[in-house]
Design a protein around this ligand. Structure first.
Ligand code: UD1
Ligand code: CA
Length: 466
């Protein structure tokens, strides 16, 4: 049987009090609608239609060609929203999953189990429900004396008895596609909010003698509909736990899971140990046997096997196997370390590649540079890559040695094995094997230290006298 999906993402989300459209708010570093789309695709959907309205362009720009889109010009309710997909899906035979773009924690395995219940019972609709101690704000699932689902009543339309019901509608459903669109044509807006409710379809089916099933989840996180920042924070917490648990099961050690923040798409190899205060973002891939943190903030970067990153920031960079970064290093975009490199404290790299075994151990800036293998860049040495208008490249050959506090005024090139003595300001290329020295010769003035002190002291005393 063909499985399709409709994702509702047209609402503005007033209760978020935000300039950002609701479904683009992130949970674990990924917009909520992105989580939902991944989930329905993983569950089974062969055709996915996203209903867009507020922020339509932004939502489409984010999701791209992963889905088909329909514009809901006016947000007249969830039933009205689903109806917009009729032009695209109306003639299809099969099962249609409907999910709200603000329920980021619904799981693919749950949707698969719902589909199974749905098709084995031949139901017109199957609703994903959950039991909440505090069901306020959600639609209530009203069952008949025989236990069968009769209808769903929205919070604002509930009688006191209905409001006391703890079983809620999570907003995720399976429908017989043809029956869904037929029933939607009958939905009216005569309710407290004056909206066309998708939930009314349930009562319409039952009155027509159709079967409606409920699939009740025990994982309450799945049921969270994010309408405000309180729920967003809750969803973030649940998602973090879920992600951390997945990594733990796959063989990653988290010293303190509660203070480890791993975004949804990050991958980590087994036997890697993550210390507290670590934030791993975006498309980051960490290898096996690494030690990450304490306090590492790594975004969209690749870290090889056996590498260490302590108290450092790494953004859009690559760290080779067995390399060590930190403490207190800043790898800005385009930094690329080979195998066994060392980047030490207070070193900043930007758009700079280092060959295998090269070291920048302390207090350096290396920007717009191509550094060969087994190069040593001494304490305080820097590339001078910017004249206020243009950026210039520094090239350093294999086995070169750059002494402490050297300024390399780019564009400049040091050949293989070149040796630059400490304190030099290098403005010309240094050929392979040469030694460069570019600093003033030292002069010692005998006994002059005492003379200069006496002079300074006298000046201070004169000033005091007036
Ligand atoms: C909805 C359900 C409620 C359920 C809850 C679960 C209805 C009438 N109510 O309520 O039973 O307990 O979800 O979280 O369905 N949307 C549109 N177009 C519209 C209106 C909404 O695309 O015209 C989208 C929103 O962007 C959102 C989703 O539909 O992603 C749900 O809408 P929302 O207003 O959040 O519904 P709830 O009041 O939470
Ligand atoms: Ca909602």
């Amino acid at each position: 049987m063909k499985v399709m999906a409709i994702v509702l993402a047209a609402g503005q989300g007033k209760r978020m009090k935000s300039k950002l459209y609701k479904v683009l708010h992130q949970v674990a570093g990924k917009p909520m609608v992105g989580h939902v789309l991944n989930t329905v695709k993983e569950a089974a959907s062969e055709r996915t239609v996203v209903i867009v309205g507020h922020g339509a362009e932004a939502v489409q720009a984010y999701l791209g060609d992963q889905a088909e889109y329909v514009l809901q010009e006016q947000q007249l309710g969830t039933g009205h929203a689903v109806r917009q997909a009729e032009g695209l899906l109306g003639s299809e035979e099969g099962t249609t999953i409907v999910v709200c773009g603000d329920t980021p924690l619904v799981r693919a395995e749950t949707i698969r189990a719902m589909i199974e219940l749905h098709s084995s019972t031949g139901a017109a609709a199957t609703v994903l429900t959950a039991s909440f101690d505090n069901p306020t704000g959600y639609g209530r699932v009203i069952r008949g004396t025989d236990g069968a689902v009769e209808r769903i009543v929205e919070q604002k339309d509930c009688s006191p008895e209905e409001a006391a019901v703890k079983e809620i509608n999570t907003g995720t459903y399976c429908f017989d596609n043809k029956k869904l669109f037929a029933a939607l044509a009958e939905v009216k807006s005569d309710n407290a909010q004056g909206e066309y409710y998708l939930t009314d379809v349930i009562g319409i089916f039952r009155r027509a003698g159709e079967s409606v099933q409920a699939y009740c989840t025990n994982d309450l996180a799945e049921a969270i509909g994010v309408n405000d920042r309180v729920a967003l924070a809750e969803a973030e917490g649940y998602m973090r736990e879920r992600i951390n648990r997945k990594h733990l099961i796959e063989g990653v050690t988290l010293i303190d899971a509660a203070s480890t923040y791993i975004e949804a798409d990050v991958r980590i190899g087994s036997d890697t140990i993550i210390y507290p205060g670590t934030v791993l973002r975006g498309e980051t891939v960490i290898g096996e046997d690494c030690v990450i943190g304490p306090n590492a903030d790594i975004s969209d970067s690749t870290v090889g096997n056996g590498a260490t990153v302590k108290y450092s920031v790494v953004d859009k960079s690559e760290i080779g196997n067995e390399s060590a970064v930190g403490p207190y290093a800043n790898l800005r975009p385009g930094s690329k370390l080979g195998v066994g490199c060392k980047i030490g404290d207070f070193v900043e790299l930007k758009n700079a590649s280092l060959g295998d075994g090269s070291k920048v151990s302390h207090l350096s800036y290396v920007g717009d540079a191509k550094v060969g293998k087994d190069v040593n860049i001494g304490c305080g040495a820097i590339t001078v890559n910017y004249d206020g208008y243009n950026k210039f490249v520094t090239e350093i050959g294999d086995n070169a040695f750059v002494g402490s506090n050297v300024n390399l005024i780019a564009p400049v090139k040091l050949g293989d094995g070149a040796y630059v003595v400490a304190g030099s300001t290098i403005t010309h290329d240094v050929p392979s094997g040469d030694l460069a020295i570019a600093r003033e010769r030292q002069v010692n003035k005998s006994g002059y230290a005492d003379k200069i002190r006496a002079r300074a002291k006298a000046k201070k005393e004169n000033a005091k006298k007036g």
